[in-house]
Design a protein around this ligand. Structure first.
Ligand code: TYD
Ligand code: MG
Length: 455
């Protein structure tokens, strides 16, 4: 009789070890190893989808038929774009995101629009009634969408075989469990095994499977992270829960680019596609407020204009506070140090708060100049004209540095009727100012910008 086999898994990163350890050598976390049974005593460990298939034989690469991937149009432009042009048949797609961000809403909304495609939506988290309520909220659609409340993969595969759907959705992978493995649902080995079963299912049947998975804020919770190498496409759904905007980002894509990005707004009736991202900026603009500057930034490959807001005030307590939302606080500290040391602005005893409008997180360094201008504008209490925008990085010596894809930024600013844009003077190679309506103002140092705006 075969022995029960157990292994220890780090619940943080999924690393595997033969014995318990206090500190995980892979991720450095303490006390995260848990013993999991990975094989039961009896020969029950047949994966439910091991069909009688002929043993594979090697083929010359020239003998292999190139059948171009078939894509299913999801009828959702932003999702199509992020997936690289639609859902590829037989692919396994993982949608990760924090709980409550709108993953279930997005996918339900998409499958309800797929008229004529038989979809099986398997829910382990919510009851059929809850899904029904949500469907009513976003507007009922396709009648070919079946809901199944089941978490056992063996039973799921039975139903899949009988029903033979064209698209399968699993909400969420953390709730599934397979009989092959004994540990509880949501544990590392369960998640890995269940995902593996669906991977085989997708490849054998050529039916696309969408897995939904939760991750926590730091993205560390076991599950989606360790699935990344098993699935074809990883899409992350992110956003600040208290704001309406959500960004769908491809992190890995075997069938497309990972620089694509989809933007949605959560409304009372589901997620609305945001076709013109700059509307995030244009939503509520008050005239002539100090501490506001507009950046021409790029997320993925999409240019958009976004408002940066700063508040500078004298520190009321000993240590000044530096706080930012949507922008790296360390980078803010660096920019403030540059202003202080290189350009002589006295901000050392001031509290500085920075906010990126719309609840977006921005990593594009081209927003630096707008951040600096917003801080100076608030400090001087002089407003910046609404029709001026900025696109440049700031270096440690206070120099204004060039940024990539300036043409896209210029075109976007132009489209939205901006009148002036400040860019680095080193950025002008290959740019033909006569192609744009907008006036391009090249600058070399932060003080120059200050002089031109407030001087
Ligand atoms: P949900 O899709 O359940 O999130 P997830 O599956 O990622 O955990 O969405 C949760 C939030 O979305 C919830 O707080 C309610 C909100 N919501 C709306 O604002 N409008 C809607 O039409 C729907 C369906 C949900
Ligand atoms: Mg959900």
């Amino acid at each position: 009789m075969a022995k029960t086999k157990t292994t220890f898994f780090c619940q943080n990163c999924g690393a595997q070890a033969a014995k318990w350890m206090g500190k995980c050598p892979a991720c450095g976390e303490w006390n995260t190893y848990v013993e999991e049974v990975i094989q039961k005593e009896t020969g029950k460990n047949k994966s439910p989808i091991q069909r009688d298939r002929k043993a594979p034989v090697p083929h010359r690469i020239s003998e292999i038929e190139a059948n171009h991937e078939q894509r299913i149009n999801t009828m959702n432009g932003e999702l199509n774009r992020v997936l690289g042009g639609g859902l590829v048949s037989g692919s396994l797609v993982l949608i990760g995101g924090e709980p409550g961000i709108g993953k279930s809403t997005l996918i339900l909304q998409v499958v309800l629009k797929l008229v004529g495609k038989r979809v099986l939506y398997i829910t382990g988290e919510e009851s059929e009634q809850q899904i029904k309520l949500r469907a009513e909220r976003i507007g009922n659609g396709s009648d070919d969408c079946y809901i199944l409340a089941e978490t056992n993969t063996q039973r799921i595969f039975q139903i899949l075989e009988e029903m033979n759907p064209q698209i399968v959705v699993i909400d969420s992978i953390q709730t599934l469990h397979t009989d092959v493995i004994e540990s509880s649902a949501g544990s590392i080995s369960q998640i890995r095994e269940c995902a593996g079963e669906f991977q085989k299912y997708a490849k054998i049947t050529n039916i696309p499977v969408i897995l939904i998975g939760h991750i926590t804020k730091d993205g560390s919770l076991a599950g989606p992270k360790l699935l990344e190498h098993m699935v074809d496409t990883v899409v992350q759904f992110e956003g600040e829960r208290n704001y309406g905007y959500r960004i769908l980002r491809a992190i890995k894509n075997r069938f497309g680019s990972t620089s694509e990005l989809g933007i949605y707004e959560m409304s009372g009736t589901g997620l609305r596609e945001v076709l013109n991202p700059s509307e995030i900026l244009l939503s509520n603009r008050e005239k002539n407020l100090s501490g506001i500057a507009i950046a021409a930034m790029i997320e993925g490959i999409r240019p958009m204009l976004i408002e940066t807001q700063a508040l500078v005030s004298s520190a009321s307590y000993g240590t000044p506070i530096r706080s930012s939302t949507g922008f790296d606080t360390r980078r803010l500290n660096m920019l403030l140090a540059v202003l202080e040391k290189r350009s002589g602005f006295r901000l050392g005893a001031k509290d500085v708060f920075l906010n990126i409008a719309g609840g977006l997180r921005v990593d594009d360094p081209a927003i630096d100049l707008a951040v600096v201008v917003a801080v100076l504008s608030s400090n001087e209490d002089i407003s910046v004209d609404q029709n001026i925008c900025f696109a440049a990085e700031i270096g440690l010596s206070g120099e204004v540095r060039s940024v990539n894809k300036l043409e896209l930024r210029l075109a976007e600013a132009d489209k939205l009727g901006m009148e002036k844009i400040f860019v680095s003077k080193y950025n002008l190679k290959g740019i033909r100012p006569e192609d744009y309506q907008i006036e391009i103002i090249p600058v070399g140092r932060v003080e120059e910008v200050f002089g031109k705006l407030f001087g």
